[in-house]
Design a protein around this ligand. Structure first.
Ligand code: CMP
Length: 138
């Protein structure tokens, strides 16, 4: 399994003042922060990032949401990072998220669900490179 994953603290969680709480859950969960920044997706960035969902009925709403305010982008390192991080964040819909997960604690809805986690090692690499230059990866 790969050692790195990519995450975003989404606009809803930044707006709600939950950056610190979420980063604390991430580090308490055994992940090392390789890269970290506050940034904002343009509409074009969000369209590109979520192109895999372009045919879904929620695509427009998703693009608008993800570009409406700042996000925190981060690369995280841990053994089995992609799978273990998806376990830590919990189900897409917070109503289905397990106790102790980031989405259980911080997500508002299936759309505004506080945090992103890459779904494969390959996508983790692509998503990390989208946000961070080599010299920003520690
Ligand atoms: P994530 O799984 O990180 O990436 C795809 C995102 O699309 C998902 O988080 C939600 O933010 C959003 N999403 C998924 N399903 C729905 C839905 N039914 N309605 C609105 N947004 C959704």
């Amino acid at each position: 399994a790969g050692k790195r994953t990519f995450t975003m603290i989404k606009p809803d969680a930044v707006e709600a003042g939950n950056i610190g709480g979420i980063l604390n859950m991430i580090t308490e969960g055994g992940f090392r922060i390789v890269s970290l920044k506050l940034t904002q997706l343009t509409v074009a960035d969000a369209q590109k990032f979520y192109a895999v969902h372009a045919e879904r009925p929620f695509y427009g709403e998703l693009v608008e949401f993800m570009s409406r305010g700042p996000i925190v982008a981060a690369i995280l390192e841990k053994d089995n990072a992609v799978e273990d991080f998806r376990t830590l964040i919990g189900a897409t819909n917070p109503a289905d998220a397990a106790e102790g997960t980031i989405r259980k604690k911080y997500a508002k809805s299936i759309g505004e669900n506080a945090v992103h986690g890459s779904d494969s090692d390959e996508n983790a690499e692509i998503e990390a490179a989208f946000h961070f230059a080599g010299r920003e990866q520690f």
